[in-house]
Structure formats: C-alpha cells, structure tokens
Design a protein around this ligand. Sequence first.
Ligand SMILES: Cc1cc2nc3c(=O)[nH]c(=O)nc-3n(C[C@H](O)[C@H](O)[C@H](O)COP(=O)(O)OP(=O)(O)OC[C@H]3O[C@@H](n4cnc5c(N)ncnc54)[C@H](O)[C@@H]3O)c2cc1C
Length: 450
Amino acid sequence: MVPAAAPARAQWEGRQARVVAWRLGYLTLALAPLALCLIDLDPGRGFWVNLSVAAGFVALSLLGLQFLLAARWPRATTPFGADVLLQFHRQVTVLIVVLALGHPTVLFVWDSRFLGLLDVVSAPMRAKLAVLSVVALLVLVATSIWRTTLRLSYPAWQTLHAGLALVVAGAALAHVIMIGYYVDQRWEQVLWIAYTAAFVWVGVYVRVVKPIGRYRRRFRVVAVTAEGGGSHGLELEPVTPAAARAFAPGQFAWIMVGRSPFALTYHPFSYASSAEHPERVRFVIRGIGPFTAGIGDVRAGADVYVDGPWGHFSPDRVDASAWVLIAGGVGITPMLSILLTRRDRGDHRPVWLFQAARDEESLVAQDLLAELAADPGVTVVPILSRPAATWTGERGRVDPDHLRRYLPADLGEVHAFVCGPPGMTDAACAAAQAAGIAPRAVHSERFSMV
Ligand SMILES: Cc1cc2nc3c(=O)[nH]c(=O)nc-3n(C[C@H](O)[C@H](O)[C@H](O)COP(=O)(O)OP(=O)(O)OC[C@H]3O[C@@H](n4cnc5c(N)ncnc54)[C@H](O)[C@@H]3O)c2cc1C
C-alpha cells in the first residue's frame, strides 16, 4: 500500500482503543446519577417512586450527553465518524422520550393523585417545569422528524433545535433541584454542579473556543469556477500558511463562507482537491438551496471558515490493490480528491470511476476528469439515466452489469467507494457487492445527514 500522508492517517491510529474508552466513558456518565441514587437510597419513598426518579435521572444525564454527541468534538467524533454519532444521537433521543414519559407515568399509575401535577395552573413550579421540559422535548422530536413537511429551512430548524434542547435540559435540571431528591446533600450538590459545568463547558468550547480557533485559521477564496452540472469550484488557501490542515482523500469539512466563524450553521462538503496539497484546498458545490445557490456569487478574497477534516470515507484507511469509485451527481467530489491524491503520490494502482448522472449537462468536473483519465491506470465510465438520443455511452442506473463490463474477472483486494444521494448510494453499494466485491470492502458516504 502506498502510504497515506502521515498526519492525516494518524487520526485513525489506535481507533479501536479509543472507541472502547469512549463507550465506557459514555456509559459511566449516562448511569452515574443512578449510582448516586443507590449510595443515598431512601427505601422509605417506596419502589415505584425510586424507579420513577431513576428513569428521570437517566433521561437527564442522557440529555446532557446529547450535547456532547452533537458537538463535533474531534476527539470524541473521529473514532466513530460524524454520521454514526448523529445516528446514535437520534436513537438515544427515542430512549430519552421513553424515559421522560415513563418517569411521570410510573407515578400516575402508582398513585392517581399525582395526576393533579399536570394541572399547569395550580401545580407547583417544580411540576410546571417538568411539563415544560417534556413538551419542549416532544416539539423538538416532532420538528426533527417532520422538518421538511413543516417547511423548516435547515438553519431555522438548527436554531430551533438548539433552543429547544436548552429549554428541555434547563427546565429538567431546575425540576430536579426543586424536588430535592438526591440533591440535598452537600456532596450530591457538588457532583451535580460539576456535571452541569462539564456540559456547559462543552457548549462554550463548541460555540466560542472552536470558532475563535477557526477565525485564526481561516481561509480566503482564491478562485470560483463553473464546474458543470450546476456546480461551482471554490478554491481556498489559508490566510496564514501554518493554518493548513492535513486531510485524507475522501474526507469532508464543515464550511461557512463570509459572515462570522460563530455562525450556527456550517455546511458539510467533501474535499475535492489533492490531500498532498492542504495549503490549497478546493470544494465543488452544487447549488440546490439557499447556501449552495450563492456559491457562484462568492468573490475572491472572501473569508471562509473551515471545520475539518472529518469522516472515515477514505482509501487511506484500507489496504487495497485497486479501487472502484462510484459517484452519483455531485458525489463525484471525494472521488476527485482520491484521484488527484493518487496522481500526486505517484500511486499506480488501477482505478475505475463510474460517474452516474441524469444527462450530459448534469456531469460535474468533466475537464478535470478528462485530464485524470489520460492516466492509463484510470478508467472513467459515465452512466446516464436520461441521456439524449445521441448518447453512445452507458445508460440507466448503476447496476452490476455496468461494473462487470469494465472490471477484470479476478478483482483481487479491490475496495469500492460509493458516494452520492442516499437512495443512489444504497443501490450502488448493492450493485458493487453483486458484482463480486466483498461487503466489508464496500465503503459509502451519503450526502445527507438529516
Ligand atoms: C458528508 C457530506 C459531504 C457533502 N459534500 C458535498 C459536496 O462535496 N458538494 C456538494 O455540492 N454537496 C455536498 N454535500 C451536500 C451539502 O452539504 C448540502 O447540499 C448543503 O448543505 C445544502 O445547503 P443549502 O442551504 O444550499 O440547501 P438546503 O435546501 O438548506 O438543504 C438541502 C438539504 O441539505 C441538507 N443540509 C442543509 N444544510 C445542512 C447542514 N448545515 N448540515 C447538514 N446537512 C445540511 C439537508 O438535508 C437539507 O434538507 C455533502 C453532504 C454531506 C453530508
């Protein structure tokens, strides 16, 4: 295997050990409040009250940890991958809802007099806060599931999501303090304050410390180019050369153009340039919405804040004798980085690139691909789903027959990298496996996180 650039590869070294350490740390923090309750258990309250309190405490600690999962904290995120953590974040939300609803339900079933606490007019403040927390949680979940149906733009949803999450956690914490169970001893109060302070620190780190670092290491736009298929290339260089960050081909970064590094919404884009030149990076961005549609109007000299690299989608992570790359639409971007890096490293392993698009006009980065295809080790195969009648190349959606027509019978240790919109990516992964590539050797990146 041709070695990857050392600093980029280092991020994955010792990954297994870090995964285990983070899992243990997560479980410990999630269950810590239960241990506190057990130390100071008051059997006089009865089993059902204690069970209800336990459910509430675990819901609260899981809620705090949700901020950590969404924080894009490199140490915690890199061993797993941002998309995997986001998926876990969603699954844990389901558990939090079950626990948050189970917490009062146990009390209502045990003693129906507790139902009076739902009367938000006459109920004490501690009960009102609990109701506020649960209602905000349900609104948060509903707006996440039905964001597009509710026609919420991504930045609007993100602001609402962050605001609701703070209301849920703040109201729940105030409820716990006012109830006073397991928080009245001095040592219990110290522990709760330390716990809360740790999560507040995560918020400060993500929203203040990290953006300041990004401001210091900001990039400038050097050039904006039309790349076909409604996309634009955005070429950047760091304002100070020392700010260049090593990345691996296939990885992505969260970027914000202009405005301020403190902006809440950054957008994810794959690096489309050679990993051998982190001092001059390039993204290729297709205009589909408010942020991406404005890229063509960005002027040279504009500031760009880059949070990256992120992601596990990279040939640098595997030992392969050849690569099959399958890209749908603007999913071509990580493939450009893989091909350019291969060229700059003098790597001669064979590569087949299958580029799926709707028609010839939708094909992205054709000039660059023509240049890269001049290398005898690189085969580029466009596959169009709705080509013009004059098109003589491959047609349809990527299927195993397309791949078999170009790949040798003995594939050796070939790895496939598939990138594009979710539906296309799933279908192309299945096609790669049906064409004989081992499932463990099929890697994918979906251009969708929510
Ligand atoms: C890992 C990854 C790599 C990507 N690489 C590229 C690339 O190289 N080139 C390219 O053109 N596109 C890429 N995308 C897609 C790109 O991020 C979205 O098209 C872009 O964020 C849309 O923003 P918008 O405001 O223009 O459109 P909107 O209409 O606001 O968004 C369209 C959809 O994009 C998603 N989206 C929007 N904003 C965000 C955000 N801040 N974070 C996460 N998802 C968001 C949502 O699913 C939304 O429904 C990538 C996506 C991912 C997840």
